[in-house]
Design a binder for this molecule. Structure first.
Ligand SMILES: Nc1ncnc2c1ncn2[C@@H]1O[C@H](COP(=O)(O)OP(=O)(O)OP(=O)(O)O)[C@@H](O)[C@H]1O
Ligand SMILES: [Mg+2]
Length: 252
């Protein structure tokens, strides 16, 4: 049975897209069939980490949502990003369109979220995935609620910042009402001087959820600037090993 894993944060810029790409790649590299859907149609980002630009995407999730194609026609095999794939590894990416006109149309008109649900189901039926990752738009709207509702696992990313803490509380409350089977918190962009043990206790107590890790703000990630997948580029780096531990917690 495919597990649906949504990566979400209440506030923007926490690192959702980079973490989705890295976690999906780590899990795929271990021999799993992984799909990634870019549901952030208002602000698509994940295709860039896999080397796409607006001209190299043919059919996209937008075309499916506008009934111009089947979801399978918006599916791109990006397994080649893995240098050493195990037997059975695959990564399928369903990008959102990066064309300004398409983003403009989504912002003006929105789309029917029931179609998004059908798209997820078609993907699960057709691709025989082990894991489907959903990279989301920040905040809470109808399509986020849908993604959360369909998720087996919800990974909530937050920075060590009071505004993020407040927003995460709102999401956790809602996800509990929607009965998400498994929820984890992940802190990203922590500065060196932060007291990690104190923060862990504080967050686990406040939200009543396990903390999957505290990832540092790292110049190397900022320098890479979404031009690639950090953990594939630097597999021996301590950050890559920390992200690998998070991946294990997601799927265990
Ligand atoms: N641990 C980190 N250290 C330094 N920079 C980071 C780290 N994680 C992410 N970044 C940088 O933060 C920026 C935002 O990352 P990303 O696009 O993944 O966030 P996001 O949550 O998907 O944003 P949005 O809400 O806009 O979709 C990028 O420039 C990325 O390189
Ligand atoms: Mg993003």
């Amino acid at each position: 049975m495919c597990k649906i894993i949504s990566i979400h944060s209440y506030r923007g810029g926490t690192g959702k897209t980079n973490l989705t790409a890295n976690l999906a790649a780590i899990i795929a590299a271990a021999g799993k069939r992984v799909g990634i859907v870019d549901t952030d149609v208002q602000n698509p980002g994940i295709p860039i980490l896999f080397g796409f630009d607006e001209t190299s995407i043919g059919y996209s999730l937008n075309d499916f949502l506008w009934s111009r194609c089947k979801i399978s026609q918006a599916n791109y095999d990006v397994t080649s990003v893995l240098e050493k794939p195990a037997k059975g590894s695959s990564i399928s990416l369903i990008p959102a369109s990066m064309k300004p006109a398409d983003i403009g149309r989504v912002l003006r008109e929105g789309y029917d979220v029931r179609l998004l649900a059908r798209g997820f189901q078609d993907l699960l039926d057709e691709l025989k995935l082990d894991y489907l990752f959903i990279d989301t738009h920040p905040g809470l709207n109808e399509e986020i609620l849908l993604s959360i509702t369909l998720s087996d696992v919800l990974l909530l990313i937050l920075r060590p910042d009071q505004q993020d803490f407040q927003g995460t509380a709102v999401t956790v409350d809602l996800a509990r009402k929607l009965k998400v089977p498994k929820m984890l918190l992940l802190v990203n962009k922590a500065i060196k001087s932060l007291d990690a043990e104190d923060l862990k206790q504080q967050l686990e107590r406040t939200y009543g959820l396990p903390l999957a890790g505290i990832l540092p703000w790292l110049e190397g990630v900022a320098e890479l600037g979404s031009r690639g997948i950090f953990c594939l580029k630097y597999p021996e780096h301590p950050l890559s090993q920390m992200v690998e531990m998070v991946a294990h917690k997601l799927i265990s």
